[in-house]
Design a protein around this ligand. Structure first.
Ligand code: PLP
Length: 409
């Protein structure tokens, strides 16, 4: 196997997800990358070449694995190839990738605009830490309307960060429109595309400078490893690698990098099935008399379905479900599920569901963040890869335990 990089970039997404970053081991001729656990690498010993061991540009130069190690690099090559990015840097988790990016690109006195509805850990990072402790100005805006982003710009804005589809509400932001705003203002646009699982959305092609993923979710997809990535413009990736890998230290371990790289090979195939199952389940739920709403970007009833259709080529497996009646119904439903597991996380082979109460013991994930028709709360369902009819049957029997007020029946 020896495909030149330029030729690989013309190949389809499935081919790239299998072949990018792969190679034959020079010593053993193994056709799979080995797991390299060494925490130290031999340096060049002559005066002319010593510095090469430390050059960021020399992508296969290793010295100490916190800055870079072979399994991280193979995974970076795979993801850069899959996303058609100039380069990629991977981290120990999705949050590490995003915080590493913010700490690398923002200084005290700078301003960042972020989607108000975004992953809860990022919300806290922006509000509790960057804003309150590090002197970064933070505007959380409803980025589903690009005009709000334009209106929030300040002379010191350095980064616009959007999450689309947003976790947990599946709210969509117009990447192309916001990229135009960012370009005009000379501001970096970063897109957390985790819900789109790499293959159903291409933020870089739509004009984003950086795209990030919690690899923990769809890319790994098997519920057994943590990782995060940032892909995009070479100058930015080099800055992030330099500042974050060396000084923040949230390095992915070689085994997780290897696991995620192995999983990435089947991602296009898996995403197809997540999309197909997602649509099937969303339609079933929307027609169910005990369901008050289904929010799924693939349904016409999603307020941003047209935008989702424009910028995505599949709608994945993430959706919100509201149940009619009192909030106790959510617990009746969860207790009676047999196949679908009540757990955090998403994008796994198995279907998972999580309850977002209207006002729970963590007020930050209550009404404050999600005022749109939240009712008594909602369920975030991550539709897995089981046979769709088995998922439907489990949801149907659990919905049988949901009690409707008499006027609804
Ligand atoms: C889970 C998630 C993250 C955080 O990723 P971890 O790997 O859990 O650190 C960031 N963004 C989105 C959209 C997520 O769903």
């Amino acid at each position: 196997m020896n495909i030149p990089e330029e030729e690989m970039q013309n190949m389809g997404p499935a081919t790239r997800s299998i072949h990018c970053g792969e190679g034959v081991d020079a010593e053993t001729k193994a056709i799979r990358r080995p797991i390299v656990l060494a925490n130290s690498f031999e340096l060049n010993d002559d005066a002319d070449t010593l510095s090469e061991s430390f050059l960021w540009e020399n992508t296969h130069a290793y010295n100490y694995p916190r800055s870079r190690h072979p399994n991280a690099r193979y995974l970076e090559e795979r993801l850069a190839g899959m996303e058609n990015g100039e380069d990629c840097v991977v981290f120990a988790s999705g949050v590490a990738a995003i915080s590493g990016t913010f700490f690398s690109l923002l200084s005290a006195g700078d301003h960042i605009i972020s989607s108000r509805i975004c992953y809860i850990g990022i919300h806290g990072l922006l509000n509790e830490h960057l804003a309150k402790r590090f002197g970064v100005e933070v505007s959380l805006v409803d980025t589903w309307d690009a005009d709000n982003v334009q209106a929030a710009l300040r002379p010191n804005t350095k980064v616009i960060h959007i999450e689309t589809p947003a976790n947990p509400t599946t709210c969509i932001s117009d990447i192309e429109a916001i990229a135009r705003i960012a370009k005009r203002a000379c501001v970096i646009l970063s897109v957390d595309s985790t819900f789109a699982g790499v293959v159903t959305q291409d933020p870089l092609a739509l004009g984003a400078d950086l795209v990030m993923h919690s690899l923990t979710k769809y890319v790994n997809g098997h519920g057994d490893g943590l990782g995060g990535s940032v892909t995009g413009r070479q100058d930015l990736i080099t800055r992030i690698r330099d500042a974050a890998s060396v000084h923040l230290g949230a390095t992915i371990n070689p085994f997780n990098a290897w696991l995620i790289m192995r999983s990435a090979a089947t991602l296009p195939l898996r995403m197809k099935q997540h999309c197909e199952n997602g649509m099937h389940i969303a339609r079933f739920l929307e027609a169910h008399p005990k369901v008050s709403f289904v929010r799924y970007p693939g349904l016409k009833s999603h307020s941003q379905h047209e935008l989702a259709k424009k910028q995505m080529n599949g709608f994945g497996g993430m959706m919100n479900i509201g149940l009619k009646g009192e909030s106790e119904n959510y617990f009746r439903f969860l207790k009676n599920l047999k196949l679908v597991t009540h757990a955090v996380c998403l994008g796994h082979a198995e279907s998972l569901v999580q309850y977002y109460p209207q006002e729970g013991d963590r007020p930050e994930i209550g009404v404050l963040n999600y005022p749109e028709d939240i009712g008594e709360g909602f369920l975030r369902l991550s539709v897995g890869l089981e046979d769709a009819e088995d998922i439907v049957a489990d949801l149907r029997q659990a919905l049988d335990h949901v009690a409707l007020p008499s006027e609804d029946t």
